[in-house]
Design a protein around this ligand. Sequence first.
Ligand code: IGP
Length: 269
Amino acid sequence: MNDSPTDILRKICDDTRAEVARRQAEHDLDDIRARAKDAEPPRGFARALMDAAASGRTGLIAEIKKASPSAGLIRPDFDPAAIATAYKDGGAVCLSVLTDATYFQGSEADFTAARAAVDLPMLRKDFILDEWQIYESRAMGADCVLLIMAALTDEQARSFEELATALDMNVLVEVHDEAELERALGLRARLVGINNRNLKTMVTDIAVSERMAVQIPPERFVVAESGIRDFADIERLKAAGVQGILVGESLMRQDDITKATRALLGVGA
Ligand SMILES: O=P(O)(O)OC[C@@H](O)[C@@H](O)c1c[nH]c2ccccc12
């Protein structure tokens, strides 16, 4: 690994730790645990994806993303509830909502507004570095959390997965290369996400998913993430064994999100 101190992921993680410490000062562990216990029951995230795949469709996790470090502001007229509804009408089976404020201009309010607008299972998309954030995710109503192998030790990944599972959430484990994949396969998570974006260079290339999907054993469910733009991309990914996709930017840039989502999935209007 050639992690340098200027590595963007490292910087995001440092800032996230500081931000989490600020929030922990408002809600300590007992408090956030109690809120997680009282949260609305989980919606089956992995099940929704698997049902789609079982009926021959590529399960779309559509992402609500206002801005990103690589693209800057993506959607100025940002209404998470309206976008959630448009995604659902377009055929998304799950939603992902960025809650990181510093780099993605997201928030917990975006997440809860989207969740209230639709009945789709919800991924809380953030940089999870502390068990406190797992309770926090369930407390806001998350049905799935993302665990980024590049940001975690094996021990952290294992214990976070165990906690998320105990709270009845699913886990999407994210990998970008073979070394991370090998570590991820040591976990129990069914859902393995291959991030096409190189977090050091910010370049996306769906060939990363094509190369890696074939290395993932059939009992796992393969999700390709980032840089997916059209139906031709999906056909390429499907041919490589990808069963689900996570798409944000290319849909968030469209005026008519429902229409764009249908077009992406190759569904007639
Ligand atoms: O907007 P895109 O290129 O369609 O990508 C979506 C999603 O894969 C991307 O937002 C993402 C994948 N892994 C992440 C980890 C943190 C933040 C963001 C991400």
